[in-house]
Design a protein around this ligand. Sequence first.
Ligand code: ADP
Length: 654
Amino acid sequence: MAKRQFKSESKRLLELMINSIYTHKEIFLRELISNASDAIDKLCYIALTDDKVGLARDDFKINIVADKDKRTLTISDNGVGMTASELESNLGVIARSGSLQFKKEMDENAADKAADNASDLDIIGQFGVGFYSAFMVAKKVTVISRAYGDSGDGENNASKWVSSGADGYSITACKKDTPGTEIIIDIKEDTDDEKYSKYLEEYTLTNLVKKYSDYVRWPIFMDVTKSRQIETDEKDKDGNNKKEWEDYIETEVINSRVPIWQRPKSEVSDDECAEFYKEKFLDQADPVAVIRVSAEGLVSYNAMLFIPSVAPYDYFTREFKAGLQLYSSGIMIMEHCSDILPEHFRFVRGVVDSQDFSLNISRELLQHDRQLKVISTNIEKKIKTELKKLMDDDIEKYETFYKAFGIQLKYGIANGYGMNRDLLADLIMFYSSKAEKPIPLAEYVKNMPEEQKYIYFASGESISLLDKLPQAEQVRDKGYEILYLTDDIDEFVVKVLGKFEEKEFRSVNDSDLGYENEEEKKEIEQQETDNKDLLEFVKESLDGKVAAVRLSGKLKSHPVCLTTQGEITLEMERYFKSMREHQGAGMFGEMQAERVLELNAEHPSFAALHDAFINNKEKAADFSKLLYGQALLTAGVPLEDPAEFSELLSRLVF
Ligand code: ADP
């Protein structure tokens, strides 16, 4: 019988499949199972109104049989089947139904195919390509199909389609007992790069079904190896028959069929959800929250989302793949869809299932897909609500979550010019000087005494350093709580937020802390005028290291503190410096904070300084340097020249 030729575009696709060095060849099984399931859907539908089908709902099934000796893998179904002419038109040309979009992409990619094979191949893995994917693992494919209602004459009631690839295919008549389709794949020989034999292994096949087709609603049967204990004739020392383990084969349904996210909420326990999460997303810890969404309307979908309690080891690396799994009626079509999950919630794992997703969905399409936008907006709201609820109802759990992912929320606020400020402000926490642990901003505001004007914060390298910060002492003594910012990003977050619940953030370094009374302020101004020459002298002695020297109203027991003026703070300076070191100069330029040395006029050190200024200028210059060094140390800023400082100390003390 004459070989028939594939249509030219099919031929090109086939060649691509056959020669691909693609690592996701495994999706071929998903494609064939999906086709089988569709075919059963069709016949089951016919059976609703046609008694002659003679099959009840429970009779429909898909079978997978691996024969290692013959090196064949057979996937069969008792669905609607295909006539000879359907075989010809369905499998002879690729440009049908869902495959259309894929073909278009192939055509677009064909031009630079030789140059960049990878881009084509990626498409194959991500999106369904249907029946043809079998050729990624097959040296020959045989399809034996009998269409329902096409009984023909006994011996020739079915058709057989055979192809070994791009050179064409043949169709001949044959006999098949019942309607349905049987696809026999002759598995390719192993090569150094690819062990095709694995597609004949029970282990691989059951795992592939679990991974991609677990929720296909028809049962998928396969022979699986089991173990049982049997009694032997041999006796043990007590005279009992010895037992030993024996393997046996049993044909079993290997898919779960009804996805957990499609079962009613009331029927699924928290434990079941947690187990599902751990197995599917390979986490050892229970999630802190499970979110279930079931939406109908403009877009209908089910989603089951999880908020993990620990960050995966690669979370903060480029390796981590964020995104939700997309399912279309129980079939996984994409493993990491990041377009559906906002960046600031990228720690969320889960699945979204919608009949409205097409199997052959492409990445380009997804980005412009309005349905997807609707879903992603909804999902964002749900996650926010759930996190807020967790914070309100179970702060301990929230703290666990926050330890792992709080920084992600902070980046969410700082990035995108504060676009997500309102969404995320409720969810962040900072360490409180009073509670001695991170607290939500709402709690801070709730705790504020009536007369307190601002939300106070201090930023520095560590909690212990901030706890001893000279300029924080007075604020704390007033009974006000201070938020200690220790993450690099924190100051940017506070800057972007500006306010929370109408209360402005204010650094303890600020010259106006909102509680100084006018008289005190005037007094300090007067003292500054009286000591103008002294302050000028101190500044000059420090040789350009500080932008100003002032008398401070915010010091209590300490002699000095270091603050800054202008936009750039010491923390930002430190941050930019580390960025420069990591990413090279240029990008962040030389960002220096303008330092201000604040002196405590009530402290004995000031009297000593004053005295030296009148009687011994050299000593006064030494005192200035000493005080500046002290200010640096308490602020956690390294001394520029520790040896010189040590020498200075000896000179003054001994
Ligand atoms: P798609 O599934 O995207 O339409 P395929 O290349 O996988 O593309 O299949 C082409 C067509 O062949 C299907 O639309 C279907 O009509 C038919 N087909 C494939 N497999 C089967 C099967 N097991 N039983 C019946 N028809 C099938």
